[in-house]
Design a protein around this ligand. Structure first.
Ligand SMILES: Nc1nc2c(ncn2[C@@H]2O[C@H](COP(=O)(O)OP(=O)(O)OP(=O)(O)O)[C@@H](O)[C@H]2O)c(=O)[nH]1
Length: 307
């Protein structure tokens, strides 16, 4: 017996598009050459207010970073924000210039470090014809971590970011930050219980304004901030722990109980002692294991005015 073919005979692709609502192009009345197009963005009038910032955000781009901890050079994904102020008499910024500028840095691997980002924002302010320009980039930073007893290693990561501004009147302003995770063991629980103590994963966020002499080819600020968080915690977090390691971190956490307030104050003290830090913000958010909610504490401190 012959098989009956059941294959559908479909309309052509262009007929299918029409079937689903596509229409032929209408008459063309507006110019297609750039030189003849209206340039709304560059209209000059009194537009009522100057704006603090106009730009683009959530721009993903591959970048490379240097790290004080292995792997010392790594590729990662940067999420960028670019902006500048605009004057009261400018209708809009030229948004294509932000991504044009980014593309000009991507020809060779875009290594995000302080000198490169300073050069980037300086050129951006010139390209935009504005008195300032700002760039923020955040990225996952990976670092090798060895287990405390067996030395078995694995890869941890933290979220890091850099914010670099240039203003032709005031110069550069550089802020860096990091959110790292730590173990915290509750001091209250330890104190009141016959045995054990609940503990949680703490998210430590530090943001610092760097002084202008800071040289990121000599000091890795990511490593320094991570150490400030971890060295003050109940215990560090590890990707690989064998039993002798687990025993060590469990006992270490019990020997070093911390409230969120303790974490913030201890990390603040470390940042206060760092010569290259001018201002800082520290926040600890503990994902409580005995609650559905988190415990939080934070501090903002300006070392220049000592408050
Ligand atoms: N200012 C402004 N631009 C927008 C907005 N939304 C989209 N655009 C952008 O407008 C851009 C095109 O404008 P411009 O960058 O000024 O283009 P252009 O005038 O050809 O650029 P230049 O040659 O550098 O002057 C596109 O990249 C769009 O992303 C908005 O809300 N405000």
């Amino acid at each position: 017996m012959n098989e009956v073919s059941t294959k559908k005979q479909l309309p052509t692709k262009s007929d299918r598009h029409k079937l689903f609502g596509s229409v032929d192009p209408g008459p063309r009345t507006k110019p297609e050459e750039k030189s003849e197009m209206v340039d709304l963005q560059n209209t000059k009038k009194d537009f009522l207010f100057e704006l603090d910032a106009v730009g683009i955000s959530n721009v993903k781009h591959p970048v490379s970073i240097q790290s004080g901890i292995a792997p010392n050079k790594q590729s990662t994904i940067g999420t960028f924000y670019f902006a500048s102020t605009i004057s009261q008499d400018s209708k809009g910024t030229n948004m294509s210039r932000f991504t044009e500028q980014l593309q000009s840095y991507s020809q060779n691997e875009f290594e995000v470090n302080i000198p490169t980002l300073k050069k980037f924002v300086y050129e951006l302010h010139t390209r935009l014809n504005q008195r300032d320009a700002e760039l923020s980039v955040s990225f996952p930073w990976f670092f090798e971590r060895k287990a405390p007893y067996t030395g078995q290693s694995g890869m941890n990561h933290a979220e890091a970011w850099m914010d670099v501004r240039y203003d032709q009147d005031t110069g550069y302003d550089i802020t860096v930050g990091l959110t790292g995770k730590v173990t915290t063991l509750c001091p209250c629980s330890k104190e009141i219980s016959e045995y054990s103590a609940h503990n949680q994963r703490g998210n430590l966020t530090m943001e610092v304004k760097l002084d202008e002499t800071f040289d990121d080819s000599k000091v890795d600020w990511k490593e320094v901030l991570l150490e400030a968080a971890e060295s003050n915690a109940s215990a560090r977090i590890h990707p690989v722990l064998k039993r002798p390691d687990e025993k060590m971190v469990t006992e270490q956490a019990f020997e070093n109980p911390r409230f969120v307030e303790d974490m913030v104050r201890l990390v603040a003290a470390d940042l206060y002692e760092m010569e290259f830090v001018e201002k800082f913000y520290v926040e600890c958010v503990n994902e409580e294991s005995i609650h559905l909610h988190d415990a939080v504490a934070s501090i903002t401190y300006d070392k220049m005015s000592d408050k």
